[in-house]
Design a protein around this ligand. Sequence first.
Ligand code: 4NP
Length: 154
Amino acid sequence: MILMVCLGNICRSPLAEGIMNEKIRKYNLKAATDSAGTAAYHVGEIPDPRSIEVAQKNSIDITYQRARRFSREDFNRFDRIYAMDESNYYDLISMARNEEEKSKVEMILNVINPGENASVPDPYYGGTDGFDKVFAMLDNACEKIASDLATMNH
Ligand code: 4NP
């Protein structure tokens, strides 16, 4: 079980969830994905219209998603927890109750550039081109996560 985490759960992590679902289908993986936010501002809301639009352009539907806040319970339910940026990462680490929970948390772009701790930029206050960039970054990372899982399952 894979959890994608950002701040609001309306821009970046809903895209990551939608893209990851697509990769799970593509590679026929026995995996599932979900997303959550570290903040409660947007709980219950559908994704940002700009995220819905960039997903739709790439034939991915994310309109079924509703924002929720990350909870400590998620450390029990998920094997891997991917943070979109450094601030999400440290929020998650500070909520972890032990080393095993901490070890589940990784910055998503480290799957492409291990150890670099690069962040997926928060596109909320920018224009729509920010969402195209975020989509491309997440597509790249999710492709790597899924293809690695497919190789492990062989
Ligand atoms: P997200 O983007 O963390 O990618 O969902 C944001 C959404 C809302 C806010 C910040 C970031 N906000 O401050 O309301």
